[in-house]
Design a protein. Sequence first.
Length: 227
Amino acid sequence: MLPFIIAGVALTSLAAAATAYYKRSGDKEDKPTKASLGDIAIWGQQDAGKTTFIACLRGAPPTSDKKEQTSSIRRYSKFKVTSRDGQPHEIQELLDMPAGDDRLNNWLTEIETRKHIFYIITLAKFDDTEYFRKVRTDIAHTVERLKISNKESKRIHIIGAHLDNSKWKDFEPSRVREKILQDDGMREIREHLGKVAGYFYAANLLDPSSATRLIEDIIDDCAAQLP
């Protein structure tokens, strides 16, 4: 079975978690030397939650406001993230790829050289036939490009956003993992991955507790891939 992880499923906001979340990037206390996690490329279909996820990863307060669509690639250079055990790490560059089917070729070019690959999906549209068709197509092309470029050892981090607006929103956190992984759509995604390792996470990105867990899990997983 492919290594699939689901994280960040808490739906209850906690004050302590919120404090840790908003201080993640701004903490000025003396820490050990930061280890580089390399660079990251992030992509997804329109309104999947990419902008909010990037804000969470960078330690900025997320917003539920409507995002302005852009056709330009955004680059965020050298920012600090912290693992669950408090160890500092540095992301060298985060590449925010514009949404849209016409950007697929740009995405496929970038994933050949980027250390980490993140693809954002919205769980709120998991039963939307047209949306899910696009997701399957994106992932299938991603896997194929990794194969032909001899990069199959790279992991694809699939971020399931909008958990709070999905059909799984009323499940207890302890049951969400089982329910999502048993979904027919998720099985299709796993089949498309083939031999490429995929990590799956799900979160309510507007909830500080859920977002904090998600980011900590992602950082720990990326750090585990360091030589």
